[in-house]
Design a protein around this ligand. Structure first.
Ligand SMILES: Cc1ncc(COP(=O)(O)O)c(C=O)c1O
Length: 384
């Protein structure tokens, strides 16, 4: 199909994607350049508002001034700088692992790690709602991939019994699902991966900084740090910076350093980003009240919705409201925008057909008045 016809077809089904330029102010408010409107952002993953935390900004600036704007080369060329190792040591410690490896971002991490771990003689068991970067990593690997029903351990067990084979078997889940905000049953996953001799890779993109005694994530909270071989995550969400990591024992990290093509063939992360990530790691460990504040805000939003007769509650800061049809979700999101709320309608192919939803992301940028205002505005449109 010609590109123009394809675009027209997408538009007619309410599936056309487009960009909406924003100005982002200190304090987290956003201003839409398209319609000169101030908006409260319910789409950001900057959960702890660390992208504007003075200590994080200061740390980024310090590294920028000290080391310049770029690393200049890939790590395996001359781009391997002391500050990369400083961040790898810090994130490994935080995650309770011996070592870590940085990647350009979370997409590159998954697209690099998975094909490094398994190939065409191996097999992958991947949750059906795993992020696109995991789906693409699986495809790139050439390994036979079996997708189990979301969080359905009986289905996973059935597939493991039938399809495990003799090669390496990799099980991949997100600890906190990006579109539904629910958690993987990590204890049960560990039991199955041990029973069937698999390697377990857990994506903590949306959990890092928010859960567990030290805030390192749901793997820590579930008490399975030692049993999960590979924990990956990104600095671009709860930690308010950019880039990604995988933490594991030293053998896995050396293995990935030698095999992950998105690590080998890409310029190392720049100093300002490393400085910001180091600053963010310090903040989440010295200010654990931030994660508690976020939980309280989430419960407050859910209570506001409950008063409007809408029962929500994923158990996390990602709060989805199921709508169903894409164009209805788009229409409600558009109306909310008119009323000053920036809410994303998440549609297929990001989520399964007929499960278009509004995804409210709670962050410390939002005030209680704004949360209450959102619940009232959504209720009026939802019950229309
Ligand atoms: C579960 C999950 N993994 C990986 C990524 C990719 O991370 P990044 O935005 O750093 O590329 C995302 C981002 O949306 C995600 O939700």
């Amino acid at each position: 199909m010609e590109p123009l016809d394809w675009l027209k077809q997408r538009k007619s089904c309410g599936l056309l994607r487009s960009l909406h330029p924003l100005k982002r102010a200190v304090g987290g408010g956003v201003f839409s350049l398209a319609d000169s409107r101030s908006l409260v952002d319910f789409s950001s993953n900057d959960y702890l508002a660390l992208s504007h935390h003075p200590a994080v900004v200061e740390s980024g600036l310090k590294y920028l001034k000290k080391y310049g704007t770029g690393a200049g080369a890939a790590r395996l060329m001359s781009g391997d700088c002391d500050y990369h190792h400083e961040l790898e040591r810090a994130i490994a410690r935080y995650k309770g692992k011996a070592a870590a490896l940085l990647f350009g971002n979370g997409y590159m991490a998954n697209a690099g790690i998975i094909p490094a771990l398994v190939g065409r003689h191996d097999v992958i068991f991947s949750d059906r709602l795993n992020h696109a970067s995991i789906v693409d990593g699986c495809q790139l690997s050439g390994a036979k991939t079996w997708r189990f029903r979301h969080n359905d351990m009986a289905h996973l067990q059935e597939l493991l019994q039938e399809k495990r084979g003799d090669g390496r078997a990799l099980v991949i889940v997100e600890s906190l699902y990006s579109m539904d905000g629910d958690r993987a049953p990590l204890g049960e996953l560990v039991r199955l991966k041990q029973q069937f001799d698999c390697v377990l890779l857990v994506d903590e993109a949306h959990a890092t900084g928010l859960f567990g005694a030290t805030g390192s994530g749901l793997v820590e909270e579930a008490g399975v740090t030692a049993e999960v071989e590979l924990v990956m995550g990104t600095f671009g969400k709860g930690l308010g910076s950019y880039g990604a990591y995988v933490a594991a024992d030293s053998v896995w990290i050396d293995f990935l350093m030698n095999r992950a093509r998105s690590f080998i063939y890409s310029t190392a992360l720049p100093p300002a980003v490393i400085g910001a990530s180091l600053g963010a790691l310090k903040v989440v460990q010295t200010e654990p009240r931030l994660a508690g504040d976020l939980r309280r805000k989430t419960l407050f939003l859910e209570s506001c919705f409950a008063k409007e007769g809408i029962v929500l509650g994923s158990g996390s800061q990602i709060v989805p409201l199921m709508i169903g049809e894409s164009d209805r979700a788009m229409r409600i999101a558009g109306e909310l925008r008119q009323q000053g709320f920036y809410v994303t309608a998440v549609r297929p192919p990001t989520v399964p057909e007929n499960t278009a939803r509004l995804r409210f992301s709670v962050t410390l940028h939002q005030s209680d008045e704004e949360l209450l205002g959102l619940a009232r505005a959504v209720s009026a449109l939802f019950h229309e």
